[in-house]
Design a protein around this ligand. Structure first.
Ligand SMILES: NC(=O)c1ccc[n+]([C@@H]2O[C@H](COP(=O)([O-])OP(=O)(O)OC[C@H]3O[C@@H](n4cnc5c(N)ncnc54)[C@H](OP(=O)(O)O)[C@@H]3O)[C@@H](O)[C@H]2O)c1
Length: 274
């Protein structure tokens, strides 16, 4: 993996064909340790001015094909790579909670996040539980509460919905020992309230893994702080949505490029609200 942006200051020496060792150092295409990746993707500290006035920090991690598909035949795995999964794992390891739409949970067969030895000390030092909680956003609660995601998590899985959610399904979730959080007055959750309600629970370092419909709502509500977007060098064609799906925003919002890493043709971009 190598960093394409921002480049070190001063820049590395230009590749010199007469001196291949210097050329290799300049390109610096090498395996990054988990520590290096975790440092590169660290959340802004609570006192960082970029977090001022916001209850938490909502980062998204998504992968897109070259032609904009967010999945292939219902799964994102065909668009991913080893390095993408490595970054996926690091982003989870840095988060207090993973916020995900119910359809992604159903399509991708979500399981609880696991505790990883490599991140145990970092999480403990940051005052975090051993693994992030999974917070499933759902309006209908049409979820199988007997699945390991709900019955076997290291950290209890949360369900986030609106006050108008079907009472029998809320009861079913609670009967299975699942905590239901209400983040809105209607049938569904209000995206901004989702962030606030999780922050009230101490989950301020948030990672959303989509899917496109949920992410589109976070972005439209102006609560998406950071977008980690993997551009995969694959073409999928077909009718899959883009990584954000929903009604257009009145004015396209501009983000600032924070970093770009590359491995095997995959671009790991990171944008921040500007
Ligand atoms: N490329 C990537 O990085 C990536 C990442 C994630 C997922 N995906 C792919 O995306 C597909 C699924 O994405 P999707 O866009 O169809 O669905 P999604 O966003 O994962 O989930 C949509 C569901 O989330 C719930 N939901 C969304 N907004 C809500 C709100 N405001 N309040 C309450 N509930 C809300 C609803 O659940 P209920 O129906 O239960 O009410 C809704 O049906 C899968 O094929 C997956 O593989 C790709």
């Amino acid at each position: 993996m190598r960093r394409l942006f921002p480049l070190p200051v001063p820049p590395p020496p230009a590749p010199d064909p007469a001196n291949p060792e210097v050329a290799a150092a300049a390109l610096a295409d090498r395996e990054w340790t988990l520590e290096e990746l975790a440092d590169a993707y660290a959340y802004p500290a609570a006192g960082d001015p970029v977090r001022a006035g916001r209850p938490g920090w909502l980062r998204a991690n998504m992968v897109s094909s070259m032609d904009g598909a967010a999945h292939h035949e219902g799964r994102s795995q065909p668009l991913s790579s080893e390095a993408d999964m490595r970054i996926f794992g690091v982003l989870r390891a840095l988060a207090d909670a993973v916020v995900v739409g119910a359809e992604t949970v159903r399509q991708e067969g979500y399981r609880p996040a696991r505790a990883r030895e490599a991140f145990a000390a970092r999480r403990a030092a940051a005052g975090q539980q051993p693994a992030p909680a999974i917070a499933v956003v759902t309006a209908g609660l049409g979820l199988d509460f007997s699945l390991p995601l709900f019955t076997e998590p290291l950290v209890p899985t949360l369900v986030v919905t609106g006050a108008g959610a079907p009472a029998d399904r809320v009861a079913a979730a609670r009967a299975a020992g699942v905590e239901v959080l209400f983040a809105g007055e209607g049938l569904g959750a209000d995206p901004a309230r989702v962030v606030a309600v999780l922050a009230e629970r101490g989950h301020t370092r948030l990672l959303t893994e989509g899917g496109p419909r949920l992410l589109g709502q976070f972005a439209a509500a102006g609560v998406l702080d950071e977008m980690c977007l993997t551009l995969a060098p694959v073409v999928a064609v077909g009718g899959a949505p883009r990584v954000m799906n929903g009604p257009a925003v009145p004015v396209p919002e501009r983000f600032a490029l924070a970093s770009v890493l590359e491995e095997a043709g995959f671009l790991f971009t990171r944008y921040r609200r500007s």
